[in-house]
Design a protein around this ligand. Structure first.
Ligand code: F6P
Length: 341
């Protein structure tokens, strides 16, 4: 078989490891694999690259994606959909492996519905794809955020300040949750919870009283009073608000300075947490899912997504894998707030 592979949506550590998993497993089984450039854009334009096993071998440790990525939605228009189907035919593809988050997988499902043979692999540092216990990228990105918080602790402690760290996480607060728990924040704000100003103030004041400083972690999607009103922010191809202008961390720092009477600063980690080498966990998970996707293709199990369930990688249908984002659950929230100051 000739198998295409693409990586779509925001990059995250582990994408190269997943591509490597697909290529090594598929070529060992006698198939050939071609890479499409820049996510679904490559399917629209027919732009591909050869995937060389020896080049891929050491890329397991490199962040980003050698294939490039984009947030292009090829099914936004019927013309785009037809172009994708034409490329599929003209390139002589027997199957496509689409590696991405909810949006990329939703496009994969649409292609599958239109007759393209597609298998999906979930990835996102947000960890919000349904039906998989964890997505690769999350462990690496959260580890960077924990390190950032620990660095901020030195400054907060030395200057007796409150510092608010804003981390990524559009709909789901997994990254903020992990950073808050593992980095020992005094208070953490997630999109899943309504903004409790009193609780925040209480924790911050208590921390300042006890140790002279406080650290707050806030998800970019946290529901604090936004600088921009709902609907004002620009949207991407899939209709998601671009959150970078919302300014959650500066808003909170300002509020805390006024209401807690302590000097405050804010920091936004942004894309720094999306780059860099994948952790061991992400390397292994991405490799397993990539290899599983190749197995699903070889077995003719199209319309499936390779996911992690417990310690097993298994195939589930597109419908089961995508839809509503996977949000932080109540037991996790309870655990998080156990450590509020
Ligand atoms: O891929 C998801 C994500 O990391 C979100 O947490 C964040 O809001 C978004 O990407 C940022 O996207 P971009 O790189 O397009 O600015």
């Amino acid at each position: 078989m000739k198998i295409g592979v693409l990586t779509g949506g925001g990059d995250c550590p582990g994408l190269n490891a997943a591509v490597r998993g697909v290529v090594y497993r598929a070529t060992r089984q006698g198939h050939s694999v071609v890479g499409f450039l820049d996510g679904w854009k490559g399917l629209l334009d027919g732009r591909t690259m050869e995937l060389d096993r020896s080049r891929l071998q050491t890329l397991i440790g490199k962040g980003g994606t050698l294939l490039g990525s984009s947030r292009t939605n090829p099914f936004k228009t019927e013309e785009g959909a037809q172009r994708v189907l034409t490329t599929f035919r003209e390139k002589g593809l027997d199957a496509l492996v689409a590696i991405g988050g909810d949006d990329t997988l939703t496009a994969g499902r649409e292609l599958h519905r239109r007759g393209g043979r597609v298998v999906g692999v979930p990835k996102t540092m947000d960890n919000d794809v349904n039906a998989t216990d964890w997505t690769f990228g999350f462990d690496s990105a959260s580890s960077v955020a924990v390190e950032a918080l620990e660095r901020l602790r030195d400054t907060a402690d030395s200057h007796h300040r409150v510092i608010v760290l804003e981390v990524m996480g559009r709909h789901a607060g997994w990254v903020a949750l992990a950073t808050g728990i593992a980095g020992a924040a005094d208070y953490t704000l997630l999109p899943e919870e309504p903004f409790q100003e009193e609780d925040l103030l209480l924790s911050v004041k208590r921390a300042v009283q006890q140790k002279g400083y406080a650290l707050v972690v806030a998800s970019e999607g946290a529901q604090v009073s936004p600088k921009l009103k709902a609907g004002e922010a620009a949207k991407d191809d899939f209709g998601h608000e671009i959150l970078r202008e919302k300014g959650v961390a500066p808003f909170l720092a300002d509020l805390l300075e006024k209401k807690a009477g302590v000097e405050c600063r804010s920091a936004v980690i942004g894309h720094i947490q999306r780059g860099g080498p994948p952790t061991l966990f992400d390397r292994l998970l991405a490799t397993r899912l990539g290899a599983k996707a190749a197995d699903l293709v070889a077995a003719g199990e199209f319309g499936m997504v390779a996911v992690l369930r417990g310690d097993q990688v298994v195939g589930v249908s597109f419908d089961e894998a995508i839809g509503a984002p996977k949000l932080v659950t109540q037991p996790w929230l309870d655990l998080l707030h156990t450590f509020d100051s």
